[in-house]
Ligand binder design. Structure first.
Ligand code: IPE
Ligand code: IPE
Ligand code: MG
Length: 259
């Protein structure tokens, strides 16, 4: 193509409409951090921060559904959180139980599908049954997918997948040459869920703390300086605005749209 032809074809390229160019992220994942600091700043016990954190979660689920986000993943309890004092663990488990008991019917009415990721072996039986109930009741819903990461650790998820692949190879159902990044990821907790477009961490900490390490390969990371109990729709909109300013390249070159 001559230079003149190239500049003509460039001039006639239609500019994408703002809604095409600045789409909402399909999958948003959140490390809900800072409940304890929120409480400490007010002279309250840590559990009060966790209680207010549940309210922030309710607001955020509603806002995510309204804004057209398809998948919202929340980090509710990490594999390492078992190292906290027993009283705090019991508070957190109690809030999870209460959240499912009180909110499941509402979530279902709102067409939310609940999925759980994390290690389920060794969980208290009543928690296990509640998690299963949430998944079973909402299985047919096709609105927002709410992925709850509970007793979740990314290294554990990857090791678990590796163990299952090793068993397949040992038993002759897979060959060593079949093992690829794509194949390993099929053995994760929710292999059908696309990788997060954006991972948010509240509280100002800037680390992933063993959350979705594999899936975060090309996620945009947004660190928000407020504690989780203060998170709301405006904060989520702020993150989406920031996401739209990012340039995602996936190792390639940015698409030439109208410039
Ligand atoms: C997040 O808040 C909730 C969980 C980890 C379950 P934190 O409890 O970590 O609050 P900070 O980080 O101590 O302020
Ligand atoms: C990560 O926060 C886990 C959850 C939000 C559930 P933590 O507060 O446990 O992480 P660290 O210890 O500060 O890295
Ligand atoms: Mg924390």
């Amino acid at each position: 193509m001559s230079d003149a032809a190239r500049s003509r074809s460039k001039a006639t390229l239609p500019l994408p409409a703002p809604s095409d160019r600045f789409d909402v992220p399909r999958h948003v994942a959140i490390i809900m951090d800072g409940n304890g600091r929120w409480a400490a700043a007010r002279g309250l016990p840590r559990v009060e921060g966790h209680r207010r954190g549940v309210e922030a979660l309710r607001r955020t689920v509603r806002a995510a559904a309204d804004l057209g986000i398809s998948v919202l993943t929340i980090f509710s309890f990490s594999s390492e959180n078992w190292s906290r004092p027993l009283a705090e663990i019991n508070d957190l488990l109690g809030l999870l139980r209460r959240f499912i008991r009180n909110d499941l019917a509402d979530l279902h009415r709102s067409n939310v599908r609940v999925r759980i990721i994390g290690e389920r072996d060794d969980l208290d039986r009543d928690i296990l049954l509640l998690l299963q109930e949430a998944e079973d009741l909402t299985r047919g819903n096709d609105g927002l997918t709410l992925v709850v990461a509970f007793n979740y650790g990314a290294r554990q998820e990857i090791a678990h997948a590796a163990r299952r692949v090793a068993i397949e190879v040992a038993q002759g159902r897979l060959a060593v040459d079949d093992v690829s990044a794509e194949l390993l990821a099929r053995y994760f907790h929710a292999p059908d869920i696309p990788d997060p477009d954006v991972i948010i961490r509240t509280s100002g900490e800037q680390r992933l703390s063993n959350f979705l390490l594999w899936q975060a390969a090309y996620s945009e990371l947004v660190f928000v300086p407020i504690n989780w109990p203060d998170f709301d729709r405006a904060a989520l909109e702020g993150v989406i605005a920031e996401y739209r300013r990012r340039e995602r390249r996936f190792g390639g070159l940015i698409a030439q749209t109208g410039s």
